[in-house]
Design a protein around this ligand. Structure first.
Ligand code: ZN
Ligand code: ZN
Length: 599
């Protein structure tokens, strides 16, 4: 059966512009997407030297007959698009044909393919067919692209470092695996496997393959819908964050897309739960009627436009906000894995290790210990499985609704409050905790509709540099709207006579900072962001400094205030306020668990 058709010339030209082979990653992308289109359920990508030497893609798809196999490398061949209309309603991943010919033109290609009966073997060097013969009958396709750009040395120079090439291939494969959890993917470079998924359809398992089991356990499952959009997926707890936005993945109708607005809304929802320059790990699957979206037909880009963008962004915002509020987000301290004594106890420890942790005091014996998440971690090594990727189900920790009650027992270095309850021990950073309480109080006051203003007993004169002064003069109204009474006062100076009532603490310092913010933002001044910044700044300034001893009553009051906060888990800069050591963690740290503990 000949399913690849030669496209109409005009259509081919439209596509040609984008069909440029630039990098190893673009070759991998073309080959792997061909494998997906061939209905493969298993795809292996084997690289040598990050693909610069060789890229081999092995799939178990439907394969090609002899005629198609040869035609696949001719320009303007595609199996997917028949007329221009199709081009604008692309439901498939992209379109190829042109690309395979381009790849063949600048490399050495060896193709072995079969529909299950007669196999075909095609060898092409620099775009010229060298050999067409019989291959073996294994159903599927094995395509090897080697010595990329060997005949175009100028392009070869444009290749980035091996590390960069490998990083972009890995990034592409990770995202593809997330969008197709139903396909078994393997990616290796010089025989080192860097990604292996099980094709079980479980997206959380793919997250585990990419980020490891610790991250996978700390993902929160999310879902929601409105009239146009249905969203499912996973977002990381705020304690998990990375330095780049690259781990924020959006998948629309099964296709990974890039959308700045979605990333911004997701990241904003985490505001003050994590440091501003760090980003969460998220995977959002958006299902939508294809007529509501416009996928840019440029085949190398993944841009997308939504016709009802506002309702989508609102939905995403509410899903993410809901997921990270109303739950106990105190990060657990990473307990050290127990090391068991060697040979002497070998038989013994094997038995003991399997046992549940021994609970040490009578009080706790009445209740089941809250350690599910550790048990899962402990059990993984004992899973006997011939296939490494067939593993346990990842159990997402089921958090309690809010920050639990806890009781201070002491203060370390005038900095850390130690608390306890029946679950274990908590360490609270007193500055971060106080900062959070102040911040929420300030935000509330600043958000009130009619802010009162306070007259200064001694007006404050602030001198500025000449250009700052010019900028401030133009934007003075912003400060007046905020209930400041401020006027020009001599050369490059202003005088402040009244300030809004919420402004407390070191007045001069705070006013200077506020003027700096106004000068820095100017026309982009946004009251929300301004309040945010000023509340953060004042809360830090007003919080107890480290190395300050406070009384037990003050500690109790602080902990109780913190627990009343909307987000008690982070200071406004995103640092954690509280760290938790469960009883089990403590037992593990002291090597009490797993042994017959002497009471
Ligand atoms: Zn601070
Ligand atoms: Zn802080």
């Amino acid at each position: 059966m000949q399913s690849i058709k030669i496209m109409d010339e005009i259509l081919a030209n439209k596509i040609a512009a984008g069909e440029v082979v630039e990098r190893c990653a673009s070759v991998v992308k073309e080959l792997v997407e061909n494998s997906i289109d061939a209905g493969s359920t298993e795809i292996k990508v084997e690289l040598k030297e990050a693909g610069t030497k060789e890229i081999k893609v092995i799939d178990n798809g439907k394969g090609m007959g002899k005629e198609d196999a040869v035609l696949a490398f001719s320009r303007h061949a595609t199996s997917k698009i028949n007329d221009e209309d199709d081009l604008y309603h692309l439901a498939t991943l992209g379109f190829r044909g042109e690309a395979l010919a381009s790849i063949a033109a600048v490399s050495k290609v060896d193709l072995k393919t079969s529909e299950g009966e007669i196999g075909t073997h095609v060898v092409i060097n620099g775009g010229k067919i060298k050999e067409v013969g019989q291959g073996d009958a294994r159903k599927g396709t094995i395509i090897t692209v080697s010595e990329l750009f060997y005949n175009t040395p100028a392009r070869l120079k444009h290749m980035k470092s091996l590390y960069t090439e490998l990083a972009s291939i890995t990034d592409y494969m990770n995202k593809l695996a997330l969008s197709r959890p139903d396909i078994r993917f393997t990616l290796s470079n010089n025989d080192n496997i860097s990604l292996q998924t099980d094709g079980s359809g479980n997206q959380l398992k793919v997250i585990k393959s990419i980020h490891g089991s610790d991250v996978a356990r700390k993902m929160i499952e999310v879902s929601g819908e409105n009239d146009d959009y249905r969203i499912t997926g996973y977002i990381s707890k705020p304690e998990i964050h990375r330095s780049s936005r690259n781990n924020m993945v959006t998948i629309v109708n099964g296709r990974v897309v890039r959308n700045i607005d979605i990333n911004r809304v997701v990241n904003d929802a985490y505001h003050s739960y994590k440091p501003d320059n760090r980003y969460p790990i998220t995977v959002l699957n958006i299902e939508v009627d294809p007529s509501v979206i416009d996928v840019n037909i440029h085949p190398t880009k993944m841009d997308i436009k939504f016709s009802k963008k506002d309702t989508l962004l609102e939905l995403i915002k509410s899903i993410v906000t809901d997921a990270i509020s109303h739950r106990n987000l105190i990060p657990k301290a990473d307990a050290v894995e127990p090391e068991f004594p060697k040979p002497k106890f070998e038989n013994l420890t094997l038995e003991l290790e399997r046992e549940k942790p021994i609970i040490t005091t009578d009080f706790y014996e009445a209740k089941a210990p809250v350690v599910e998440d550790n048990i899962v971690k402990e059990e993984i090594p004992y899973e006997v499985s011939s296939e490494p990727e067939v593993e346990d189900e990842i159990i997402l920790t089921d958090d309690e609704e809010t920050m639990p009650e806890m009781y201070p027992v002491g203060l370390v270095h005038g900095t850390y409050i130690i608390c306890q309850n029946e679950k274990g021990m908590y360490i609270i950073d007193q500055h971060a905790a106080k900062e959070r309480c102040n911040y929420e109080k300030f935000k509330k006051e600043m958000g009130k509709p009619n802010v009162a203003s306070t007259a200064l007993l001694f007006p404050i004169i602030i001198e500025l540099s000449n250009n700052d002064f010019i900028i401030l003069k133009e934007n003075m109204q912003i400060l007046r709207d905020l209930k400041f009474e401020i006027e020009e006062f001599g050369i490059n100076s202003v005088i402040v006579k009244q300030h809004p009532a919420w402004l407390t603490g070191d007045t001069e310092y705070v006013i200077r900072k506020i003027i700096e913010i106004v000068i820095a933002t100017r026309k982009d001044f946004d009251i929300e962001k301004f309040n945010e910044k000023v509340a953060t700044m004042m809360s830090c300034k007003k919080a107890i400094k480290a190395n300050t001893n406070i009384t037990m009553e003050e500690m109790e009051a602080l902990v109780s205030d913190l627990r009343k906060c909307k987000n008690p888990y982070n200071c406004p800069h995103g640092r954690p306020t509280t760290i938790f050591y469960s009883n089990y963690d403590l037992e593990k740290l002291f090597k009490r668990s797993g042994f017959d503990v002497i009471k």
